[in-house]
Each structure stands twice: as C-alpha cells, then as structure tokens.
Design a protein around this ligand. Structure first.
Ligand code: ATP
Ligand code: MG
Length: 435
C-alpha cells in the first residue's frame, strides 16, 4: 500500500500485538450488519484488500445495540476504492475518504457508507516537516497501518475492528476489556490527546452518558484540566457536537456531567451556566417529548431556547405584562453569546425569538389563538408554555382551554405524534374553564 512520508518501521505495529477474538467468542454476526456494508466489505476483500468494520459500529454490535452507521476502513487507497465502486465519490480535503451511495426506491435519500484508508497522524519525530509545508492537508491524512489507525482514534472502545476475512474482532488498544467493564478510556497520553482535539472532552462525556460507562480516572482528571482548550474549538464543530447530543436524547445528561467535571464554563456562556439548574429539567422534558432524529432543526431550537429560558424568565416572569418588543430585545441579547459559541444561522435565531414571543402571548392568555396557531413555531412554543405552567400551576383556565383543542392539535402535521394533551394534562389542570 502507498504510504506517504518516511515512517518505517511502524512503532505501533511492532510494539503492540493485537488481540484477535475468533468468531465463536464474540457476538457480532453478519446478519446484524447492514447488508450493503457487508457487500462493500466483501468486494474489498475479494479484490485483495484488508477490509474492517470500525469505530462505533463494532462497539455497538459488541454491546448488542443497533449502530447508527457502519464505517469501514481498508488498506485500499481512496482511488482504488473509487475504482471498485461506481456508486462512490471521494470527499473531504483534510481527510480524504470515499462515500459509497446506495439508492433505495422506498426512500428519497441514499444510504451512505464511509470507507476510509487506514491512517495515522503526522508526527514530527517520524515525518519530514517538508511534506506538511507542501501539503498541509496531510497533517491528518497520512496512510498508516491498522494499528496506527486504531491508536489515532479517541477512546479504546471506539478503536475495535471487525475483520470480514475471518469474522474476528481485532483489538489493538485493549478496548474489549474496557467495553466489558464499562470504561471510557482515552487512547495514549490523556493530556496530549485532549489538547490535540478538545472535542474529545465532550465526546468522553457523551459516550459515558449514552452507554452508562465510567470515565477512567486519568482520562477524567485530564478532561477537566484540559477543558479550557475547548475555547479554541471552532463554532461549527461545537454546533455539530451539540447536535450529536440532542439527536441521541443526551443533552441534559451531558450538560449535567459537564457540571460535575467542570467542563461547562469552557464551552457554554456564563448566562447559560447561571440558569442551568432550571434549564436541565426543561431539557429533560423536551428530550422525552419531541420525536427525535426526524427534525433536528427543531430540536436545536428547543435546546437553545431551553438554555436561555431561565435567564429570560428571571427578567420577565411568566405573567408579567412586558411589551413583546422588550422580550425580543432580551432574547437577542441572550442569544449573542450562544451565537458566538455555536454560530447559529439567522433562521434559527429568528425562530427562537418567535417561540419565546408566542410563549409570552400564550402565558398572558392572548385571545388571538387562531392566528397564533398558524405560526410555524406555535407548537414548539406550546411546549414551553405547558412546561412552565406545569411548574407554576398557573394559567389553569388557559391550559384547560388548550386541552379542549387537543384534537385540533393532533391534526396539525407538526404536532402529529406528540401528545400535547398528555403534556398539558400532566399539569393536572382540568377545572376552571367554562366552554
Ligand atoms: P456514534 O454512535 O455517535 O456515531 P461513533 O463512535 O461512531 O459514535 P463517530 O463520530 O461516528 O462516532 O466517529 C466514528 C469513529 O471515528 C469513532 O468511533 C472514533 O474511532 C473515530 N473518531 C471520531 N471522532 C474522533 C476524534 N475527535 N478523535 C479521534 N477519533 C475520532
Ligand atoms: Mg458513527
């Protein structure tokens, strides 16, 4: 295989013999792998290449969970992969890898698989710095060996391979032991690996929440001490990471862990942290209530709204007769630091302002309900209204009024599948309204 740079012999390979677990001793069956991923693995193998399933897919299959996606690694170069699959495209400037597309008649969007060549990071001890001067994108894109590809990954449980050639699981990092014991352990020197990519700090929290795993002691200590480097992470990446949390219903849990590990001050604005104790129960309700995966734009609005909600209520309590333009100004002000962190698109900021405006109109018993009902963000706002009214036990008559319209709510496409009736009923408010 092609290898850029002068890096032989490979230290990772000579030092660590991988543990190879035969088919009979692990639970991964081909039946549990997406058929198209199996096809890709076999085509690579039948053409003489090494082909592994990698990353989260192996971790989840080992745990008996259904993986979100099936990433594949191979010793074929992107060009060689491209040549084997007509339905593929080389993507990425920094990491060159191949996407393979499968179009399905029953779904509008294709199923996409990511196939990457084994790679290793640039190391000044090993590599000629000149290659970086000529081609900076190579910093993370040097072809490597399977062992090198394993140790460049974040956590031991994320670095397992499943080999299609003999159905074994290949473990270069002692990840299986950690998987069995429920441990999140960063690979290599914790301080260095977190400093190298601070997003791993948030990923550690997320995996520990999602899987119910313990963060290993050194990893834990280091993620707290390296947390200040989160300040340097570009907004787009933080926003993407946050998206990962709410798509997995994990936002409240991760933020709570972020408090415990003293990570939050380094990636969330002060205004959010000050109100976090009040925002967490709302986030938890939201994660139960909103259907996930299908509309992540709405989820993002809900999460950001929940994060600034306590500060807003602090300024303008639920029943205050505040002028709506003052509410809107305050929302803008509260969104400013969040926008700096996450670079929220304008359409999202407007939507959040709209949600909170509708919220105050509902909370003061605005009579122009029919008009409000037509607003795109009405149903999101209704959630916040129900949650607060529940907490304060106020506005009983109004809530009951809305309960009456439950059927109408369920006819709206945005509201379909969500039990607003139940949400409102949990306020245990049925009295006080005369039709
Ligand atoms: P999920 O179920 O959330 O998709 P995942 O483990 O598959 O979990 P991805 O973000 O899809 O996570 O990344 C795929 C794999 O790439 C990871 O399992 C890990 O091996 C590697 N990886 C991802 N992000 C990093 C990172 N920041 N540093 C090192 N390795 C990473
Ligand atoms: Mg994944």
């Amino acid at each position: 295989m092609t290898s850029i740079g002068n890096h032989s012999p490979q230290p990772a390979d000579s030092l660590v013999e991988p543990r190879v677990i035969p088919r009979a001793q692990h639970p991964i069956s081909r039946k549990k792998i997406a058929p198209n991923a199996v096809k890709i693995l076999y085509r690579l193998k039948n053409n003489g290449f090494t082909a592994y399933l990698a990353g989260g897919a192996v971790r989840d299959l080992m745990l008996g969970k259904t993986p979100a996606d099936f990433d594949i690694v191979t010793d074929a170069t992107p060009r060689q992969i491209k040549r084997l699959f007509r339905n593929s495209r080389i993507i990425g400037r920094r990491f060159r890898l191949v996407h393979i597309y499968f179009y399905r008649s029953e779904r509008p969007s294709p199923q996409i698989f990511e196939v990457a060549t084994f790679r290793r990071p640039f190391t000044p001890e090993q590599d000629d710095p000149e290659i970086l001067e000529q081609e900076p994108s190579l910093a993370n894109n040097l072809f490597g060996t399977p062992a090198e590809d394993a140790i460049r990954r974040d956590f031991t449980i994320n670095a397992l391979f499943y080999n299609i050639a003999d159905f074994t699981v290949v473990d270069h990092v002692n990840g299986l032991a950690d998987l069995e014991q429920g441990i999140i352990r960063i690979i290599g020197d914790p301080d260095r690996r977190f400093a190298e990519d601070p997003v791993r700090i948030l990923r550690a929290l997320e995996f520990s929440c999602r899987l119910g795993f313990t963060i290993e002691e050194k990893t834990a200590r280091s993620l707290s001490s390296e947390a200040p480097s989160l300040n340097t992470v570009p907004a787009a990446r933080l926003r993407e990471e946050l998206r990962g949390f709410y798509c997995k219903k994990n936002t409240a849990a991760v933020l709570e862990a972020g408090q415990r590990y003293q990570v939050n001050p380094h990636w969330l604005p002060e205004i959010v942290i000050a109100g976090l104790d009040d925002a967490l129960p709302i986030l938890r309700r939201a994660e139960e209530f909103f259907p996930h995966r299908d509309n992540d734009r709405e989820l993002e609005r809900v999460v950001i709204t929940a994060l600034i909600f306590p500060a807003l209520l602090n300024e303008y309590p639920v029943n205050s007769e505040v002028r709506l333009n003052l509410v809107q100004e305050k929302v803008e002000e509260l969104l400013t630091p969040l926008n700096r962190r996450f670079n929220l698109p304008r359409v999202q900021r407007y939507a959040i302002r709209d949600i909170l405006t509708i919220f105050y109109r509902l909370s003061r018993g605005d009579k122009r309900i029919k008009q409000l009902l037509k607003r795109e963000n009405f149903f999101t706002a209704l959630f916040f209204y129900a949650v607060v009214a529940t907490a304060s036990g106020e506005q009983a008559a109004n809530l009951a009024f809305w309960l009456q319209r439950r059927e109408r709510l369920n006819r709206h496409p945005e509201a379909r599948g969500r039990d607003y009736g139940k949400l409102l009923a949990s306020a245990s408010i049925t009295a006080g309204y005369q039709p």
